[in-house]
Design a protein around this ligand. Structure first.
Ligand SMILES: [Zn+2]
Length: 88
């Protein structure tokens, strides 16, 4: 049985045919959509910070931490978006 990409609970009532569900409920799917938007704006900010740090404008010593955080957020984004339920 597959599990919900948002909350991790098993997904009940999976159809025998057709597209498998990636979220257990409308609430989880919508909540995931909102989380995706939050992660996107966070990534935008982190990428600006990284660029400024690489250019030596600010916190040059923070580059590894910023890169680690970008990688962490992108991993979460990939988990949430590993579905075609958003492509409409
Ligand atoms: Zn769920």
């Amino acid at each position: 049985m597959s599990t919900c990409l948002k909350c991790g609970l098993p997904i009940e009532g999976q159809a025998e045919t057709g597209r498998p569900k990636s979220y257990c409920s409308v609430g989880c799917r919508r909540s995931a959509e909102h989380e995706v938007r939050r992660i996107n704006s966070l990534l935008q900010k982190l990428e600006t910070d990284l660029s400024n740090a690489l250019l030596g404008r600010v916190w040059a010593d923070q580059v590894p931490k910023i890169e680690a955080e970008i990688s962490r957020q992108e991993t979460r984004l990939r988990i949430l978006l590993d579905t075609d339920e958003f492509e409409k």
